[in-house]
Design a protein around this ligand. Structure first.
Ligand code: ZN
Length: 147
């Protein structure tokens, strides 16, 4: 009984840092740095129209690096770069279930950007927490889609 109660209070169950999102001005120039200097291999380039970004992915151990280039200046990454320049944009945690992780965060007083999960790159279900509630770190939850 007690155990199941504890479990229900920790439904978020973060298992790893899924990826780190980095805002860049130019995807191709940035890919060169990651490949030619760091020796990583870009394994996927994908446009996410919904977020007005083009993304490039690298795998580092179990964690990915997600480079984000804005496809339109009024997109979230375009605005971010205009205000703060290039740099680390968000931190993404892998959770079992984005919806329940969101409700848990909300119930604990965290301000949400997304009330419900939406589709991100790589077919993941994603949602963001507001940096006001997370010590200035734009925080993403993601989960592999249930097919
Ligand atoms: Zn992300």
């Amino acid at each position: 009984m007690y155990e199941s109660k504890i479990k229900s209070e920790r439904i978020m169950n973060i298992s790893k840092i899924e990826h780190i999102g980095i805002a860049v001005k130019n995807l191709n120039d940035s890919i060169k740095y990651y490949e030619d200097v760091l020796g990583l291999k870009c394994y996927s380039i994908e446009e996410v129209k919904d977020q007005k970004v083009k993304t490039a992915f690298f795998l580092v151990g179990e964690t990915k690096i997600e480079l984000l280039e804005s496809t339109e200046s009024d997109g979230p990454i375009g605005k971010y770069i205009e205000k703060r320049g290039e740099g680390i944009h968000h931190l993404a945690f892998k959770v079992d279930d984005v919806s329940s992780a969101l409700s848990e965060a909300k119930s604990k007083g965290v301000q949400l950007i997304d009330q419900n999960p939406r589709k991100g790159a790589e077919g993941l279900e994603i949602a963001f927490l507001h940096p006001k509630s997370t010590n200035g770190v734009l925080t993403e939850f993601c989960q592999e889609s249930k097919r």
